[in-house]
Design a binder for this molecule. Structure first.
Ligand code: HEC
Length: 147
């Protein structure tokens, strides 16, 4: 029985499943950030309008740090204040899943601008390695353009 099961598992397209950013977004992010990334006013900020951040390494580093370490506001997005908690995905998603879900956010919910590159495994592992004062995401965010 077990042998049949593992034979069956070998037939499943694991890489496609693991890298399905749209499905991961629907399962792991949409409950708060909503299906089109529009967010919930006053609770979870929109994930649209991040083109300028996605176009620089500093902005991509910030986004990687938020998904790895979470975030505790206060922040302001389009004049709307948010002071809630973004949970950490450090132990919830592996880096290749994070690459896929962040590509979905960057390329489907946002429109890639000049300078855009997908958030890479290197950027994510640097975010994982950051600790203590290095993780001051609000300070890093304050250096980014307003959105
Ligand atoms: C349980 C709700 C929840 C889930 C699930 C969630 N987030 Fe968040 N997220 C938040 C909240 C709340 C904030 C803002 C935190 C604050 O007020 O400081 C946030 C902030 C962010 C930010 C920073 C936005 C900014 O303007 O600085 C990014 C990027 C982000 N989330 C991405 C994601 C991604 C990608 C996923 C799925 C992998 C996800 N979030 C899942 C609640 C959530």
């Amino acid at each position: 029985m077990l042998r049949h099961l593992s034979a069956l598992l070998l037939l499943l397209p694991w890489p496609a499943i693991a890298a399905d950013g749209a499905a991961l977004y629907a399962q792991r992010c949409a409950v708060c950030h909503q299906t089109q990334g529009q967010g919930i006013a006053g609770h979870a900020p929109p994930l649209t309008g991040m083109e300028q951040w996605l176009a620089t390494e500093e902005g991509r580093t910030y986004i990687a740090r938020v998904v790895i370490h979470g975030l505790a506001g206060p922040i302001t997005v389009r004049g709307q204040p948010y002071s809630d908690l973004m949970l950490t995905f450090r132990w919830r998603l592996q880096d290749d899943d994070l690459v896929a879900v962040l590509r979905y956010v960057a390329e489907t919910l946002n429109e890639p601008a000049a300078g855009y590159k997908p958030i890479s495994l290197e950027t994510l592992s640097a975010a994982r390695a950051a600790s203590g004062r290095d993780v001051d995401s609000l300070a890093l965010r304050a250096r980014l353009p307003e959105r």
